[in-house]
Design a protein around this ligand. Structure first.
Ligand code: FAD
Length: 502
């Protein structure tokens, strides 16, 4: 008799949504988290009265999260106080100019027209096309499994509208934008968002060019910090009997007769279960926690071929007053070429850009939620572009210099006087993410999210080589992001209900 029906490894969004849904289904579920905090990349920590988000700083395309809460008999909005963010973002040109993009499509059209009358006219065609594309792609891609060609056929059958947008899978994010817009100044406002997929515009698959449009359907910030979303999932799960053990790193998945039958913790304790669900990087799962000897050669080769994705350095800043910013998110205007070149000339060679040529995002979370900092104070997450492998250096030696130089540049050229307002600076380098969240190479979305790591080419929700083993999280379809990883937990749950007699 197994100790649990299901053991779930990792309390990230994927692990939390799958474990809460399984508990809601009446199963005896144990969720094991190696750290002392839930939420993984979607979490919040407090230091000296400032609440900083570990990674994610907004949520958009919330339909999958809504569906998970609805399945558990409640609603996302009832469980989490979602603050709408409008303006959506501000774009900071290096010459000091700024533009602000509001939720309203009309207002955005006016801003684009002010940059280029011709592109302003094209904005209307762009919106008409993307409005239809967004509806079709969200329904098609974010709710169902993509483990097999059979799953893909089912997806096509269920979403006949998808056919019209199949050609977008054969082009890139950059192609899609350059089809509509010609002005460099306009295109420079749209390049950065490809990095929300963890890839530069020339490598991001065409369908994800919908991101700058989907933001107009709404972006939200949970009052109290991003951790409120994982907390809500955990609360719903524990009401249905879900058990969680913190500070419990799993060392091995136990396999008997080619079936997952429990886990061994790093302290040597073994816990048995009928199935195991993993929210950790699938490469780490198959190679270290299971061992290549337990998987057939085809899986072995497939897993070896998966390339770890992008990482970054996050700077958490406390301020004693309001920063000179205009929106929850502000990013540097940057050309598609600059973002592509960063990838080929810097990520691949390990040579970092000088601060004044770097670019990035500033998340001003206390703009939306003033409870995040002491009265009159503010918090920012400053995110310059960066990567894991440094040529001739390592992040422990380089971090302080990198952070100092980037904040100097921001304070001088982008947000005047920022440094004089700073009361605390904490930074998480790619190496820190690797250590604290056990993300190999600090890879935010586990693997690249280019065309070669999508859908059936990403590790399956139901393991093809080990019975009773299910996967969720950003290493699986539909990839990285708070809503998508929440969806991955639901997809794993559906596969379990479909395949297991529990
Ligand atoms: C800097 C940054 C900014 C981001 N910004 C956004 C954003 O604004 N909006 C958005 O939607 N998404 C954003 N994302 C992406 C989003 O946060 C992630 O894709 C998502 O939260 C990942 O969820 P996950 O389920 O894959 O697991 P993770 O968050 O990776 O969590 C996995 C969990 O497993 C635990 N674990 C690992 N190994 C073990 C083990 N051996 N035993 C037990 N537990 C283990 C870890 O401690 C962790 O808690 C961002 C991510 C980062 C890093």
């Amino acid at each position: 008799m197994a100790d649990y029906d299901a053991i779930v490894i990792g309390a990230g969004m994927g692990g939390l949504s799958s474990s809460a849904l399984l508990a809601n289904h009446g199963l005896k579920v144990l969720l094991l988290e190696q750290s002392g905090r839930i939420g993984g990349c979607c979490s919040t920590f407090e230091r000296n009265g400032y609440r900083h988000d570990v990674g994610a700083s907004i949520v958009e395309i919330i339909q999958p999260i809504e569906k998970v809460f609805r399945t558990m008999g409640t609603t996302f909005q009832k469980e989490v106080d979602l603050i709408p963010c409008d303006p959506l973002f501000s774009v900071m040109y290096r010459n000091g100019e700024r533009i602000t993009i509001e939720k309203s499509l009309e207002a955005t059209g006016e801003v684009i027209s002010s940059l280029s009358a011709e592109d302003g006219r094209r904005w209307k065609d762009f919106c008409a096309y993307y409005n239809e594309m967004m509806t079709v792609l969200i329904d098609a891609l974010f709710f169902d499994a993509a483990d097999t060609m059979g799953d893909m056929r089912k997806m096509m059958k269920k979403n006949p509208g998808l056919k019209k947008f199949l050609p977008t899978f054969l082009v890139t994010y950059q192609d899609m934008f350059e089809k509509y817009f010609k002005s460099e100044k306009v295109l420079d406002t749209m390049a950065y968002q490809s990095l929300y997929m963890g890839m530069p515009p020339a490598l991001t698959p065409g369908p994800f060019s919908m991101i700058p449009y989907t933001e107009h359907a709404g972006i939200w910030y949970p009052r109290g910090g991003m951790i409120r979303i994982p907390e809500a999932l955990l609360r719903c799960g524990t009401k249905k009997g879900l058990e969680i053990q913190m500070d419990s790193p799993v060392d091995k998945v136990l396999i008997r007769k080619n079936r997952a039958c429990g886990v061994r913790l790093e302290n040597g304790r073994e816990i048995s279960s009928k199935i195991v669900v993993s929210d950790v990087n699938p490469k780490m799962l198959y190679q270290k926690m299971i061992g290549e000897e337990h998987i057939p050669w085809l899986t072995r080769m497939g897993v070896r071929s998966l390339e770890l994705g992008k990482s970054l350095c996050m700077i958490y800043v406390g301020l004693n007053s309001r920063p000179k910013l205009d929106a929850h998110h502000s990013y540097t205007a940057v050309s598609m070429k600059e973002v592509n070149d960063f990838w080929t000339k810097h990520v691949e060679t390990g040579v970092m850009l000088p601060a004044e040529k770097n670019y990035g995002l500033i998340c001003w979370t206390s703009h939306s939620d003033d409870s995040l900092a002491p009265k009159g104070h503010h918090v920012l997450n400053v995110i310059p572009e960066s990567f894991y492998r440094l040529k001739g250096n390592d992040w422990d030696s380089f971090k302080n210099q990198f952070v100092e130089e980037y904040l100097d540049y921001v304070s001088r050229d982008l947000v005047p006087g920022l440094k004089d307002q700073v009361t605390q600076v904490i930074a998480s380098s790619p190496l820190d993410y690797e250590r604290t969240l056990r993300l190999p190479e600090g890879a935010l979305y586990c693997f690249h999210q280019d065309a070669t790591h999508q859908a059936v080419l990403r590790p399956s929700a139901k393991s093809k080589s080990i019975d009773g083993l299910y996967l969720c999280g950003s290493g699986t379809h539909p990839g990285g992001g708070v809503p998508t990883t929440t969806a991955s937990g639901m997809i794993a749950y559906n596969k379990i209900v479909e395949n297991e007699k529990l």
